[in-house]
Design a protein around this ligand. Structure first.
Ligand code: PLP
Length: 442
């Protein structure tokens, strides 16, 4: 597969042109990558008006993912989420209400998008909760929630895989959505690789209408590189995709990031599948070894190992144990340790993490149930986020209205959402996740 952006950058650097154009580093600097970091010079195309090398590269990505249209983002899934919601609202299906039904474990980018677009959101809650990160919604639950609405919402929005690797039954959820005449939008930030599994499991393969992937999270792509994918079923959204992304993006997207997405196309087309197929048994064996050694390993998407901390320990303590041996995990909280693995890891790296965790001799208590912070919506998300606000200690927040969404990062999943009254359950969750102060409306 051709890599038109990479080729252009390399030729431009090799030509040693005198750069009387942006950026100010002029191709020289301490990082070593400056010579490839250019602006929209002649021949370099432009991300939001692409008809040259960027369009060619995006067409390659479109073919690789089998979408109606795949667009690049150099500003992460965060930008794509805003663009998705804009597109869905702009193309609201006839007979639907201007409302989005969203599983509550959204990333904060969703809340920002809802504020910017002044969208109404109703939340889908899990039956019970044992982590802020997960929000399992069954097709039956979605069916009941849709039947309870006077009109279908314009879209249903879910996050899958979630930060712990929980995967939704997208095929069944998509069927329910489509039967009700609404879109299924998926935050697939953690699952760009899913299309390339022996049995494709990407949201688009399973019936989602639109989704975002943070290519940088699971593929060899620079931080910030992401895809906005539009399915063939929702191909009528494709024509406005660039405008939607431009609305929320810088007019100076990074060519380094775009080149890295371009270079990834070649990898996806040739070596990625065999590498992935080689990696899967390594991860499965690591999970099996951990289970045999007394650890509870959660079921997750294939490129993740999520270990539950036993009684008397914590995910934080397990993370420290790894750090002492030079291993940095993706995420830890009180209950979990999350390791994210990609084809760029060696089997030895995975095995080393397993060896460092060693044998667990502590028992597991029953799964803890966390309270659900179902605060009453007193203001719209937009009103609350645009209102004057102040920061108060968590203990003083009871009864106040949440301003900016209160999150710990990662996983950047809000406990209280802008406009919600902060109740006792939210305060208990703030404390559980180590949040000491929150922004509230004045
Ligand atoms: C579930 C989820 N969605 C969206 C995002 C935002 O992605 P990005 O960092 O690519 O903007 C993240 C980032 O961690 C995430 O975990």
């Amino acid at each position: 597969m051709k890599t038109p952006i990479v080729d252009f950058l390399q030729e431009y650097a090799a030509a040693s042109r005198t750069r009387l154009h942006m950026p100010g580093h002029k191709g020289r600097g301490v990082l070593g990558c400056e010579e490839l970091d250019i602006t929209e010079v002649k021949g370099a195309d432009a991300l939001y008006e692409a008809d040259g090398i960027i369009a060619e590269s995006e067409a390659n990505a479109t073919a690789l993912f089998g979408s109606a249209r795949t667009c690049y983002s150099a500003e992460g899934s965060s930008q794509c989420i805003r663009a998705m919601l804009y597109l869905l609202e702009k193309h609201r299906p006839a007979g639907t209400a201007p409302l989005i039904l969203a599983a509550r474990n959204v990333h904060k980018a969703f809340v920002y998008a809802a504020a910017l677009l002044d969208l109404d959101v109703e939340w889908l809650w899990p039956e019970t909760s044992d982590s802020l990160c997960s929000c399992r919604i069954s097709p039956q639950q979605l069916e009941a929630a849709l039947q309870a609405q006077p009109y279908p919402p314009l879209a249903v929005y879910i996050t899958s895989p979630d930060y712990l690797g929980g995967v939704a039954d997208i095929a069944a959820l998509a069927e329910v959505c489509h039967a009700h005449g609404t879109y299924l939008a998926v935050d697939n930030a953690h699952g760009a690789y899913l299309h390339f599994l022996p049995e494709a499991q990407h949201p688009l393969d399973l019936g989602a209408d639109i989704c975002c992937d943070s290519a940088h999270k699971t593929l060899p792509v620079l931080t910030g590189g992401a895809y906005l994918h539009i399915s063939r079923r929702a191909a009528h959204l494709a024509a406005d995709a660039k405008q939607a992304l431009a609305l929320f993006g810088s007019t100076s997207p990074s060519y380094l990031i775009m080149a890295s997405l371009d270079s990834c196309n070649r990898y996806l087309a040739a070596d990625f599948r065999p590498a992935l197929i080689g990696l899967l048994p390594v991860i499965e064996a690591a999970q099996a070894t951990l289970r045999q050694a007394g650890w509870q390993v959660e079921s997750s998407d294939p490129l993740r190992i999520t270990v539950r901390a036993p009684h008397g320990s914590s995910g934080f303590a397990l993370a420290e144990k790894l750090r002492e041996q030079g291993i940095e995990p993706e995420y830890a909280d009180e209950e979990h340790l999350v390791l994210m693995i990609s084809t760029q890891n060696t089997p030895q790296e995975v095995q080393l993490a397993v060896a460092v965790l060693g044998v667990n001799s502590q028992p597991y208590a029953a799964r803890p149930t966390l309270p659900q912070a179902r605060g009453e919506q007193q203001l719209s998300i937009r009103e609350a986020l645009f209102a004057r606000s102040e920061v108060v200690a968590v203990d003083e927040a009871l009864g106040r209205i949440c301003g900016a969404p209160a999150v710990s990062c990662p996983p950047a999943i809000p406990i209280a959402i802008s406009g919600e009254e902060i109740g006792a359950a939210a305060i208990a969750l703030f404390k559980h996740y180590g949040i000491e102060s929150v922004e509230v409306v004045k």
